[in-house]
Design a protein around this ligand. Structure first.
Ligand code: SF4
Length: 69
């Protein structure tokens, strides 16, 4: 099972915490953008680091929301 991160640009405050946790997954433009993926543990770590709860982690196949729960 694999997971994908999704950033809500309306919620992102662009402070870059997610980029610090997972630079291979997120890049900071005006808001954070997804540039890759990583093991789910790292995706969850980055999502939990987001002070705006702007990052969702979805099951790639079903679209089910793994985070936030
Ligand atoms: S941690 Fe959250 S608020 Fe900060 S840049 Fe990443 S997505 Fe945006």
């Amino acid at each position: 099972m694999s997971y994908v991160p999704v950033v809500d640009p309306d919620e992102c405050l662009a402070h870059g915490d997610c980029v610090e946790v997972a630079p291979e997954v997120f890049r900071l433009d005006d808001t954070a953008v997804v540039i890759g993926t990583a093991p789910v543990e790292l995706l969850l770590q980055a999502a939990e680091a987001c002070p705006a709860v702007a990052i969702s982690i979805l099951d790639e196949d079903t679209g089910a929301v793994r985070y936030p729960s």
